[in-house]
Design a protein around this ligand. Structure first.
Ligand code: ATP
Length: 631
């Protein structure tokens, strides 16, 4: 519907209550910062200003020439002058329009380049933001800033700034020419302008408020349709027999909508009536006053002069109206800039130390010493965690859900920084290590596997763009996914679907294991999925990771006994502390947290995997206590 929303043809002319309440403070610093985006393009900007000046002036010239056409051509009956002035007027109009085209081109060029710069720098800046930023911010908000807010900036430059300039220039030139023509008529004309502007603005505001109301009503109708005509919505309506109730709700909103639509179009009609009436009052007044001057006061005013003044007056309404409205555009633009600057000003929480160390290699060992951490300074997630993982060893971290296991491993590649204690990687404090080096050497297979929408190959190559076909196949073999890939018609070029949705959870996990293997990190972290996989998938993952952890330093966040048993040491985390540590057999005997976990979680899982076809005796692990055994 025409005029809808802030972007509509007239919708943008008035501020909403919310916008009024959130008006930004316009400080010299803010303006300086906004204009700093223009400075690299100052040459083009000067050209634009020049073009605006010339085209705005040239657009007024035909009105002035009309006066001369009347006086010097028609009234003086001079055919030569008439033809010359007509051609001159047409040439000026054409010239003005052509310069206008150049102005638009330059203007767009500058605006597009500024938004290009802003988008790039914002994207770079967002990439430096910490995990905390992405987990706490609303994703929609981030996207809005990257897209519509920056688009808004472009509009400011292409519309607001040029509007201000061209309108101001048009007004100044028009006023000067009018006064040169006749000061009495010029003064009358200028006094008339507010008479026109005030009622049209009032009518515009009424129309805007109706438009907003009908927008809300339309949203409400869409909401009803979405809710009640969806599969599950209809099911609910049918099962509870609420058809009539929903119909009545819909009918009421529908009725409100048509009433508003009628009011809206009538308000539009009245707006036009007021507009055309008031805008015809001005010229008539000028003719009247001009006539009085000519007839009663014997002024040397000519018919041409009066025509020029009427023409110029007609050209003043638009700029005056627009300049009055520009305040709204300006405020809105400043609000947009302020929002963008808020993002730019967010410091990158995790940064490379100025004197960061980049060793030649690392042994992948990890040491936590009295590490403390909280996400929001309200609740301490890790209270005092210390452990050592020697190069080549494997640690399994177990503990109840929410005890802080994932948090512990997130601190190693510095997705977050610990608030107390130290974490070393390869014997060096992680904060002193070069971030790129650190992250290159820590490979995490997280619980929630993320695959991009593309082929399996694309997803694997993300780890190392230059990996050869043989390396890809080798990684897939090790991750126990190669058979699956081979069975696909397109092999490695099989599409994985949006976020890998075309694959099962187990397949996704194995692809992400292959991806980490291609990266070949010194430390491998495997955050085992808590979600249930069937025992065959689970076994395939198990078969993939067991040889891997045997050959490299690794940490397993384990939920299944079979994974735990493969580790050299088990850390039992409870409430952000390491409650117990040791080997499976000892921990089971200790009768503490681990025993409880074993009883409630691992044993059940083990029972499940036994149903998957494995014989009990296949688990030949020292210390393994078969279900039902005494310990
Ligand atoms: P699970 O076994 O269920 O994966 P976990 O032991 O790995 O659990 P963590 O993910 O480390 O647990 O979470 C520890 C605590 O920190 C939880 O209480 C969780 O609510 C909280 N937490 C996790 N991530 C954040 C976050 N980004 N911001 C705030 N709190 C968080």
């Amino acid at each position: 519907m025409a005029g809808r929303g802030p972007g509509g043809p007239m919708g943008g002319r008035y501020m909403t209550e919310e916008e009024k309440a959130n008006q930004p403070k316009i400080t010299p610093e803010l303006l300086k910062r906004v204009f700093s985006y223009l400075t690299p393009y100052w040459k083009q900007l000067l050209l634009v200003i020049g073009a605006i000046f010339v085209s705005s002036t040239m657009k007024l010239l035909p009105s002035v020439l009309t006066g001369r056409i009347i006086d010097e051509g028609l009234i003086a009956r001079n055919f030569g002058a008439l033809v010359f002035l007509i051609f001159l007027s047409l040439a000026v109009t054409l010239g003005g329009n052509l310069i206008g085209v150049l102005e638009s081109y330059l203007n767009n060029w500058i605006a597009q380049h500024i938004t290009y710069d802003m988008r790039n720098s914002m994207y770079r800046h967002l990439q430096t933001m910490s995990q905390r930023f992405f987990t706490t911010s609303n994703q929609g908000d981030i996207i809005t800033r990257m897209t519509s807010d920056i688009d808004g900036v472009q509009r400011v430059i292409t519309n607001t700034l040029t509007d201000i300039l061209s309108n101001a220039i048009t007004l100044i030139v028009a006023v000067v020419v009018m006064y040169r023509q006749n000061w009495v008529l010029a003064t009358v004309g200028i006094l008339i302008v507010p008479l026109f502007v005030i009622p049209t603005r009032a009518a515009g505001r009424t129309r805007w408020s109706i438009t907003r109301e009908s927008q809300e009503c339309s949203d409400q109708i869409n909401g009803i349709l979405n809710e009640t005509l969806s599969v599950s919505g209809q099911l609910l309506v049918k099962l509870f027999g609420r058809e009539d109730h929903e119909y009545e709700k819909y009918e009421k909103a529908n009725k409100k909508m048509i009433d508003l639509n009628i009011r809206e179009s009538m308000a539009g009609r009245w707006f036009m009536v007021i507009l055309s009436t008031t805008s015809s009052v001005g010229p008539m007044l000028l003719y009247l006053v001009g006539g009085i001057l000519m007839m009663k006061y014997d002024s040397d005013l000519t018919v041409g002069d009066i025509t020029v003044l009427v023409g110029l007056l007609g050209q003043m309404y638009r700029p005056v109206n627009q300049l009055l409205n520009i305040q709204v555009d300006w405020m809105r633009s400043m609000a947009m800039f302020t929002r963008l600057f808020q993002y730019y000003d967010m410091p990158a929480e995790i940064q490379n130390a100025p004197d960061a160390i980049t060793p030649d290699s690392t042994d992948g060992s990890v040491s936590f010493s009295h590490v403390k951490f909280s996400y929001d300074s309200e609740r301490q997630i890790l209270k005092d965690v210390s452990f050592d993982l020697k190069s080549g060893d494997c640690i399994a971290i177990v503990g109840p859900s929410g005890s802080g296991k994932s948090t512990m491993i997130n601190l190693i590649p510095r997705l977050y920084d610990a608030q107390g204690g130290t974490i070393t990687f390869g014997g060096i404090d992680v904060r002193k290590l070069d971030l790129a080096f650190l992250r290159k050497n820590v490979g995490i297979v997280s619980q929630e596997t993320y695959l991009f929408n593309g082929t399996i190959r694309d997803n694997l190559l993300y780890a190392r763009f230059d990996a050869s076909e043989e390396e890809l196949i080798e990684a897939c073999r090790k991750a126990n996914i190669y058979d699956f890939i081979q069975a696909q018609e397109k092999g490695l070029d099989t599409m994985v679907g949006n976020r890998g949705l075309k694959l099962s959870g187990g397949e996704k996990q194995r692809i992400s294991i292959a991806r980490v293997l291609l990266k070949d990190p010194a430390l491998l972290i495997f955050d085992e999925a808590t979600s249930a996989l069937d025992s065959i998938s689970e076994q395939k993952i198990q078969d993939a990771i067991e040889p891997l952890i045997a050959e490299r330093t690794s940490i397993l966040i384990a939920h299944r006994l079979s994974t735990i048993l493969a580790a050299d040491e088990i850390l039992v985390v409870k409430d952000g502390e390491i409650a117990e540590r040791g080997k499976h057999a000892d921990l089971v005997k200790a009768g503490g947290v681990y025993t409880e976990l074993y009883e409630t979680q691992f044993r059940k899982a083990l029972d499940g995997s036994l149903e998957g076809g494995k014989e009990e005796n296949d688990y030949e692990v020292p210390g393994y206590i078969a279900p039902g055994d005494e310990y």
